[in-house]
Ligand binder design. Structure first.
Ligand code: HEC
Length: 115
């Protein structure tokens, strides 16, 4: 019996598509895509949230200038733009190693959520 379970375990682990819907799969990846979740910066709906603020000093006036850092609105992007972006190296956004299928699931999740 135990041996049988050992054989079945990988099936449970790798056939997530059969047990959860594409929407749930997309949600899972968006919330926790192996590392920091997209939602931390792009918000629960992909419309973007404030990440933080940094300050610089204006050379002439010596006054502090605040710069707000936001995750951008990703709801208007096409699937190809989203894939290209996730595969790219950014200043703030981390680089992920997600497959195109995974980014597709994230994309459709955001799309459905905003309907
Ligand atoms: C630490 C914050 C952060 C996380 C986490 C993050 N992003 Fe981003 N993302 C950004 C910022 C900021 C930009 C704007 C470009 C830049 O400065 O990197 C961006 C740009 C993008 C863009 C391009 C939008 C544009 O305006 O051109 C897409 C698409 C995108 N992110 C999708 C994702 C997805 C999908 C995930 C999760 C796998 C994710 N991001 C995780 C911060 C983040």
């Amino acid at each position: 019996m135990r041996i049988l379970l050992l054989f079945l375990l990988p099936l449970f682990l790798f056939s997530k598509q059969d047990f959860i819907s594409d929407y749930e799969y997309g949600a899972m990846l968006y919330e926790n895509p192996r590392g920091i979740g997209c939602a931390e910066c792009h918000g629960a709906n992909g419309k973007g949230v404030e990440i933080g603020t940094f300050y610089t000093t204006d050379k002439k006036t010596k006054k502090k200038v605040a710069h707000e850092v936001r995750g951008s609105d990703i709801t208007k992007k096409t699937l190809n733009e989203t894939i290209a972006s996730v595969n790219n190296v950014h200043d703030i956004m981390p680089t992920y190693s997600l497959t195109n299928e995974e980014v597709k699931a994230i994309y459709h999740y955001i799309e459905k959520k905003n309907k």
